[in-house]
Design a binder for this molecule. Structure first.
Ligand code: ZN
Ligand code: ZN
Length: 133
């Protein structure tokens, strides 16, 4: 008897992929637009991230995405900006959180948005050391 089907091997935790890290800045009118997504009185300009950095897995096609601001309680999503390389964002949108968590140990939640391309945040190497939120 030969065993042709092998169980999938657990991924070594050292196998991580590089972060995109593309940078842009948030136009002032979009900072105001981001604030409008938060319940009245729960956010101020200081809560809006204006120096944006794409946190997706390194990619050569598709838009860049960066978290702009959390909205309310956990589970209600967050405000994200997306942009094309060399441009500033043209809009901000509320996207639900990715609900995937890493396998043991740690059960680290993914910090990207639901349906994001590329690897989950816990599998992405961020040389700038900004992790989680
Ligand atoms: Zn990117
Ligand atoms: Zn994810």
């Amino acid at each position: 008897m030969t065993d042709a089907t092998q169980p999938p091997r657990p991924r070594p935790s050292a196998l991580r992929v590089p972060i995109c890290g593309e940078r842009t800045s948030l136009p002032h009118h979009l900072a105001a637009a981001a604030l409008a997504f938060a319940p009245a009185g729960t956010a101020e300009v200081a809560d809006v991230e204006q120096h944006l950095r794409c946190t997706l897995q390194h990619h050569s096609t598709g838009d860049h995405y960066a978290l702009v601001m959390d909205v309310g309680s956990t589970g209600s999503g967050a405000v994200w900006a997306n942009w094309i390389r060399g441009h500033q964002p043209s809009a901000v949108v509320v996207l639900l959180d990715c609900d995937v968590t890493s396998l043991a140990p740690g059960r680290e939640p993914c910090c990207e948005f639901a349906g994001h391309p590329g690897a989950h945040s816990f599998d992405i190497t961020d040389p700038f050391g900004i992790s989680g939120r």
